[in-house]
Design a protein around this ligand. Structure first.
Ligand code: CDP
Length: 206
């Protein structure tokens, strides 16, 4: 079984994806970490994340140990990720890895922006997880503080707006729900309620 979870930043995809993977006994891939790792690789080597040739080279040479660095979680990494994610060559370089991860038994939950539309259009269930801008900024702010990272509320809100605009407005694999995705708005749902709602959506699909 393949479950595709897409949606904007801090909508609750990661927490939900991990719980669904454990519940159904599936592998889990946070595809955002791939784009974050490419973005951070560019920042660390002093390159501009909008430099297409450098970004594509970084995506092609990505290694698993780059995916677990704590540096991936900060807002700077998120911004760099959304810049490299708009470069077609970067997306193409990361596509095969994501598809073969999904195809590996026993199946997987993947979260991202284009899982249901591009990476796994044949997924057994597609959920577009969303929430209001304010709720998402609130969650991200709390998440950063809980991780001991510094955060300024206005900056987090502004970052969320910029990333929403860049992810939705880009010409390659923009953030849109797949035609056959079910929209799950988590603005008023806690993690438990979002999980229950997702299980109910998946059980109606299978
Ligand atoms: O955790 P958060 O929702 O803030 O972001 P993420 O899922 O880690 O993704 C970081 C950035 O990578 C996003 O803003 C997207 O621009 C990009 N991304 C993408 O284009 N396609 C994906 N499948 C996953 C992430």
């Amino acid at each position: 079984m393949i479950i595709a979870l897409d949606g904007p930043a801090a909508a609750g995809k990661g927490t939900l994806a991990r719980r669904l993977a454990a519940h159904y006994g599936l592998n889990y891939l946070d595809t955002g970490s791939l784009y974050r790792a490419v973005g951070v690789a560019l920042l660390q080597s002093g390159h501009d994340p909008e430099n297409a040739a450098q970004a594509e080279a970084a995506a092609r040479s990505l290694s698993p140990d780059q995916l677990t660095s704590p540096a991936l979680r900060g807002e700077e990494a998120g911004q760099a990720a959304s810049k490299v994610a708009a470069i077609p060559g970067v997306r193409a370089a990361l596509l095969e890895f994501q598809r073969s991860f999904a195809a590996t038994a026993p199946g997987a939950v993947l979260d991202g922006r284009d899982i249901g539309t591009v990476v796994c259009p044949q997924a057994d269930a597609k959920i577009f997880v969303t929430a209001s801008l304010e709720k998402r900024a609130e969650r991200r702010f709390k998440e950063l503080l809980d991780k001991g990272l510094s955060a300024i509320w206005e900056a987090v809100l502004q970052d969320m707006k910029e990333r929403d605009a860049r992810d939705s407005g880009r010409s390659v694999a923009p953030l849109v729900p797949a035609a056959d995705a079910v929209v799950l708005d988590t603005s008023e749902l806690d993690a438990e309620a979002a999980f229950a709602a997702a299980v109910s959506i998946i059980s109606q699909r299978n």
